[in-house]
Design a protein around this ligand. Structure first.
Ligand code: ZN
Length: 134
């Protein structure tokens, strides 16, 4: 049902600083940057094998990522798993009692369909389902 870990989302307060650190100090290869209006974030993408690390900075002072950092500091924000048919997975997860946050998928980075599962349904991990390609 889940094909692979698609990406790990990391909340950062300053994307430029974080990108510099990941590229220059850590040696990750930057694939690109993108603003995702629907989620009020700017994303920097680092491909790592068949998965990615996505650094996320809020574009709004009261955005989800800003509020996360206020409460818990910078760090891993969510784990995204790739699925083939997101509507089917959502239906099945709901039927099994998972606390689905998005009844209908929304459009995330790269134009992919995404939906989130509340951390209480995954032992404290905010889980993102993502359908599609890379
Ligand atoms: Zn994500």
């Amino acid at each position: 049902m889940f094909n692979r870990i698609h990406h790990i989302g990391v909340a950062v307060s300053n994307l430029d600083d974080a990108v510099r650190r990941y590229e220059e100090e850590l040696g990750f290869h930057l694939e690109g940057r993108e603003k995702v209006e629907s989620e009020e974030v700017e994303v920097a993408i680092f491909q790592v094998g068949e998965s990615r690390i996505e650094l996320l900075q809020s574009t709004q002072p009261d955005g989800i990522i800003s509020r996360f950092i206020e409460k818990r500091g910078e760090g891993i924000h969510h784990l995204a798993v790739e699925v083939e048919d997101i509507e089917r997975e959502l239906t099945e997860l709901k039927a099994r009692g998972s606390p689905v946050l998005d009844e209908i998928p929304r459009i995330g980075a790269g134009g992919c369909k995404v939906a989130f599962i509340h951390p209480k349904g995954a032992s404290g991990v905010l889980l993102e389902l993502i359908e599609g390609s890379r």
